[in-house]
Ligand binder design. Structure first.
Ligand SMILES: NC(=O)C1=CN([C@@H]2O[C@H](COP(=O)(O)OP(=O)(O)OC[C@H]3O[C@@H](n4cnc5c(N)ncnc54)[C@H](O)[C@@H]3O)[C@@H](O)[C@H]2O)C=CC1
Ligand SMILES: O=C(O)[C@H]1O[C@H](OP(=O)(O)OP(=O)(O)OC[C@H]2O[C@@H](n3ccc(=O)[nH]c3=O)[C@H](O)[C@@H]2O)[C@H](O)[C@@H](O)[C@@H]1O
Length: 430
């Protein structure tokens, strides 16, 4: 099939490369000329394992990019993969979605046959039908179900494993209200389903599809916060939380994934999506008590880590190494990284901070240009009074002699990853 994708960030680019790889002709439309040029040069505009290879293979053939919305005219369906960031009150900022819907509608006036518009972005229930569709209709002069159709296909990929998550998903959720829209969705995903490891295809309504995405992320974030709360209680009773969480994860009703206790969840999605779901609930007069608590537990973890440091000494004037700056291992993305909160708190307390991360240093330097950055964990530890471990990069598990170069031997581990050994004043957050 011929497909267009508006927005070429983490999701749009992965979607484009993977849909080209399963045999579709794909064009990416983005307002960012640099991204378009990079894609047309056969390179990935973002860092994701496997993405460079797919783009190099298909660019100029089944995959191309442009800033010109007219490219959608030669396609059967358009995905909207635009950012939906948080506003002050937590609700979605739909500026990009609205702008793209209007541009798309204006373009579709020149299209003779029916077109299907698929929301890929994470949006609260009713957005596709009440915000996106009316804008396309107004700008195109067409009506939903006659000229164009809308659908919703939420995305569950994780950063760092985006390509493999997309090509081998647990489930594919297709939300639509018309047979035409379902037929097009079937045509798009059939080659992927055939190639993947037997994913379940969930066919549902548009609002249900929108909600499934939030429910998925809210559940995962809640699971981590519950693990953190249990681990915090374990710590009060000198109980090994790792053993407890590993054991409960053996229960097939609980399952081991996302029980990793520690500094909590960050990234571009969990914080934004839990906030948007809570705001959407409040908008309808429902106070989301559990979601509020899930956020509160998460927000409390960095402060607990600082308390463990303060138990040793006042950080004012001390040199503190922050190991790990990205929001999780395997990515250079620092959005909502817990390390940011640690660095802010350390600077407020008058400490001098040296940060180290295998790949995220340059991104963090933009946010904190005035702290020190080390080229290696060993360099960060040299002369430091304490080390705070913020991200579970594998290389931190292998640190050993490097700790001997610290001025004081305090190691506070926010991810339970450092190998404990004699000679360290080691304490895990949980
Ligand atoms: N990043 C992730 O891991 C996941 C993100 N999502 C959701 O997918 C959506 C997109 O997220 P990302 O890809 O991370 O965003 P992103 O910020 O990486 O990329 C968005 C792209 O849209 C482009 N853009 C903005 N306005 C435009 C317009 N009017 N016309 C054309 N292009 C425009 C930007 O230049 C940018 O390249 C969000 O709703 C997000 O919540 C869902 C699952 C995973
Ligand atoms: O909606 C999204 O954008 C995506 O959000 C998450 O993906 P992502 O944010 O890339 O990364 P995760 O691996 O889920 O990690 C999120 C945060 O939770 C933390 N985490 C994860 C797992 C765990 O056991 N403990 C824990 O603290 C990580 O350190 C990280 O800060 C979801 O896992 C994806 O399914 C979803 O598509």
């Amino acid at each position: 099939m011929k497909l267009s994708i508006i927005g070429s960030g983490y999701v749009g680019t992965t979607l484009a490369a993977c849909l080209a790889d399963v045999g579709h002709d794909v064009v990416n439309v983005d307002i960012d000329e640099d991204i378009v040029a990079t894609l047309n040069d056969g390179e990935a505009p973002i860092h994701e394992p496997g993405l460079d290879e797919l783009i190099a293979e298909h660019a100029g053939d089944r995959l191309r990019a442009t800033t010109d919305y007219d490219a959608v005219l030669d396609t059967d369906a358009t995905f909207l993969a635009l950012p939906t960031p948080s506003m002050e009150d937590g609700s979605n900022d739909l500026t990009a979605m609205k702008a793209a819907a209007t541009s798309l509608g204006e373009t579709l006036t020149a299209k003779d046959d029916e077109h299907v518009v698929i929301t890929k972005s994470t949006v609260v229930p009713s957005t596709t039908e009440e915000v996106i569709a009316p804008r396309i209709a107004d700008a195109s002069g067409m009506t939903v179900g006659d000229g164009f159709h809308v659908a919703m296909n939420p995305e569950f990929l994780r950063e760092g494993t985006a390509v493999s998550d997309f090509l081998d998903p647990d489930k594919i959720v297709l939300g639509a209200e018309t047979d035409t829209a379902f037929d097009v969705l079937d045509g798009i995903f059939a080659p992927l389903v055939e190639r993947a490891n037997d994913p379940t295809v969930v066919k549902t309504g548009i609002r249900e599809a929108e909600m499934i995405k939030y429910a998925n992320n809210a559940f995962l974030a809640s699971k981590i916060s519950l693990a953190n709360e249990l681990a915090n209680i374990c710590k009060e009773y000198d109980v090994d939380s790792g053993e407890v969480l590993d054991a409960i994860g053996l229960d097939s009703r609980i399952e081991a994934a996302f029980l990793g206790a520690g500094l909590g969840w960050g990234g571009s999605c969990f914080p934004k999506d839990v906030a948007a779901l809570a705001a959407a609930a409040r908008d309808k007069g429902y106070e989301p008590k559990l979601l509020n608590a899930v956020v509160a537990v998460n927000d409390g973890q960095p402060g607990r880590m600082l308390d463990l440091l303060r138990k040793r000494f006042d950080p004012a004037g001390k040199r503190i190494a922050v190991l790990g700056l990205s929001f999780k291992p395997g990515t250079d993305d620092i959005r909502e990284s817990r390390a940011i909160l640690l660095i802010e708190a350390l600077l407020d307390a008058g400490a001098s901070v040296v940060g180290y991360d295998p790949v995220a240093t340059e991104n963090m330097r933009e946010q904190f240009p005035d702290i020190d950055y080390a080229q290696s964990a060993a360099e960060a530890l040299e002369g430091a009074d304490a080390a705070l471990v913020a991200t579970d990069w594998d290389e931190f598990a292998a640190l050993d002699d490097q700790f001997d170069e610290m001025r004081q031997n305090v190691v506070i581990d926010g991810r339970n990853i450092v190998t404990r050994r004699d000679g360290l004043d080691y304490e895990s957050l949980v």
